[in-house]
Design a protein around this ligand. Structure first.
Ligand code: MFK
Ligand code: FAD
Length: 499
């Protein structure tokens, strides 16, 4: 069989490898201990998290519907590595760091830097963490109506740590949640509600609690249609005796990727839940969760790009073709350089959104920055999701045939990237969310964007000026379009957007 065996690409500390992340933090958060902490964590990612993530991919969750004696159980069985990732996440404060606010307005940047190092190795454990963080954000924003849950979501104590689900999608509507939601909430005498309905996609269904939407029924069993009829509920998934809280797991989804994550269809058959938002303010209230989970999506997209670039570069220093290493082939280097440029630009966009979020949470954001955060969250999510699919796909090709071979671990990166543009709002739905942000703010989000001094023609480098002029022209046209659309009847905006 010959004597030649290709050396595999080696994963080394992702913090040490990432000159841009280190430089960014050195410039913006030059606080003692930050670089050391991320260096330590980067080492843990390589030595511990990477193997756990791989185990999750190889041991996907299973549904145990009955016990041996025929009793309904509806237990989702996950592997030990999944449980281990949960403990690591708690200890490392992967959610907690955002709420401890040790670094003031830079706390989000710090937390998301850690998440960015963790994500590509963590077997999608970032999915429950995103929803957990989102739930904590909703509770905090609503003035702590569920303090006990908040404390559990944001603790570093793994025995107390809770994860949360985000059950929005139903069979009729994942994008159009407002008209597609059929779940009803029947008020009980003690002020709690029982929920009845069918949730079509619920990820990380092994969560301890969830936020979900339902329509409160009146005394005649009637509900209000549309988003005005939807309210936000918090439910614990398990009762104190270990039985499920009126939830039947219909089945686990058979998915292209994200196989590590249990995604289930759930029948809610009298699930006890408490009302979290004002009645009829469910969509507006869960929007805070969407902001957080969309930012996680963005961070994870860039992290996937960075990981494949890291591995591709490593491989280029080990693999030879036509008498020299790949790194010495100009054309191959051009391919890698393009991936690097995409990744760097996406990183800076992402960190800017995290910075804005941190300032908003620290109450130090200006009005302009709050507008920018609203505008840039969907833009960053939709754009980086598309970039991730393209960069990871290019990355697989840089390994030649090996990029297509399962046990290299590379194909799962592409499978997992594909979901980034689907969940948490598809690209079109997020494009419409950009329009919503323009419309709702009467164009102020665009004014906020243009008033950035870095976008002033006099400040920009000559090479960037033509692109900047073109961007300004398109956005001004968009603003005019939104102003016109705002005066049209409902529905006209969709038709015009397609035009
Ligand atoms: C790798 C880790 C990443 C994360 C893992 C995640 C795993 C979970 C995966 C999931 O997919 S969870 C489900 C995600 N579902 C979505 O993202 C839903 C997609 N659909 C939308 O985003 C729709 O735009 C939405 C349902 C939110 C609203 O549709 P409507 O019915 O057209 O809403 P409408 O009437 O325009 O807005 C209702 C209110 O919400 C308004 O407030 P007001 O009543 O005060 O005016 C809106 O301003 C507000 N709103 C809507 N989107 C908002 C928002 N507010 C702030 N930010 C937003 N983005
Ligand atoms: P549809 O809404 O039917 O969309 C179909 C197509 O129509 C899309 O291309 C969309 O862009 C387009 N479209 C829709 N409306 C418009 C419009 N107005 N203008 C232009 N184009 C439009 N959901 C949860 O609530 N919780 C979860 O935990 C969860 N986990 C998931 C895990 C995975 C692996 C996946 C794949 C999905 C998960 N989802 C979850 C569901 C996900 O959020 C939805 O699938 C997604 O929001 C799209 O909704 P839909 O499937 O109903 O597609």
């Amino acid at each position: 069989i010959g004597t030649f065996f290709q050396q595999r690409p080696l994963l080394t500390n992702p913090f040490t490898q990432d000159a841009l992340l280190r430089a960014y933090l050195q410039r913006h958060l030059p606080v003692r201990g930050v670089q050391e902490e991320l260096m330590r964590f980067g080492e843990r990612v390589v030595c511990e998290v990477e193997a756990l993530g791989r185990q999750c991919e190889l041991n996907p969750p299973a549904l145990q519907r009955y016990d041996p004696w025929g009793r309904r159980l509806d237990r989702i069985l996950t592997c030990d590595a999944w449980a281990h990732l949960r403990r690591i996440s708690a200890h490392e404060g992967l959610v907690a760091a955002a709420y401890e606010r040790t670094y003031g307005e830079w706390s989000r940047v710090f937390q998301m830097s850690k998440m960015y190092l963790f994500a590509p190795s963590a077997g999608l454990y970032t999915c429950p963490l995103a929803m957990t963080d989102g739930a904590a954000k909703v509770i905090e924003t609503l003035g702590m109506p569920a303090r006990k849950a908040f404390e559990r979501l944001t603790t570093r104590d793994d025995k107390r740590f809770w994860t949360s689900g985000q059950w929005m999608t139903e069979r009729r509507g994942g994008s159009d949640v407002s008209s597609g939601t059929e779940t009803v909430a029947k008020r009980q005498q003690d002020g709690w509600f029982k929920l009845y309905g069918f949730k079509w996609f619920t990820s990380a269904t092994d969560a301890d609690m969830t936020l979900t939407l339902a329509r409160v029924t009146d005394e005649h069993g009637r509900t209000t249609p549309g988003s005005r009829g939807l309210s936000l509920f918090l439910a614990e998934v398990w009762d104190s005796d270990g039985s499920s809280n009126g939830i039947e797991v219909q089945r686990l989804k058979d998915k292209l990727g994200t196989r590590q994550v249990p995604t289930a269809e759930l029948l809610l058959d009298g699930m006890n839940a408490r009302l979290l938002s004002e009645e009829g303010r469910g969509v507006a209230s869960i929007a805070n969760m969407l902001t957080i989970t969309r930012i996680y999506n963005t961070v994870c997209a860039v992290a996937a790009m960075r990981r494949i670039v890291h591995l591709s570069r490593e491989y280029a220093c080990k693999r030879s073709a036509f008498g020299k290493l790949l790194k010495d082939h100009a054309l191959h280097v051009q391919t890698l350089s393009r991936m690097e440029v995409e990744t760097r630009a996406a990183f800076l966009l992402t960190m800017e959104v995290c910075r804005l979020l941190g300032r908003e949470e620290n109450r130090s954001a200006s009005e302009r920055e709050i507008l920018l955060l609203r505008l840039m969250t969907p833009v960053a999510k939709l754009y980086t999701a598309k970039q991730a699919v393209s960069v990871v796909s290019e990355g697989l090709e840089s390994f030649g045939g090996q990029g297509y071979i399962e046990d290299t671990g590379l194909p799962s990166m592409l499978r997992d990237a594909q979901v980034l543009s689907i969940w948490e709002g598809t690209t079109n739905v997020l494009s419409l969310d950009v329009l919503r942000s323009i419309e709702k703010s009467s164009g102020s989000v665009l004014q906020a964007f243009f008033s950035d001094e870095r976008l002033q023609p006099a400040e920009a480098s000559p090479a960037l000026r033509p692109a900047l002029a073109s961007l300004r022209a398109s956005l001004s046209a968009l603003k005019r379009f939104c102003e016109t659309a705002a005066s049209r009847p409902t529905g006209a905006i969709e038709l015009s957007a397609r035009d």
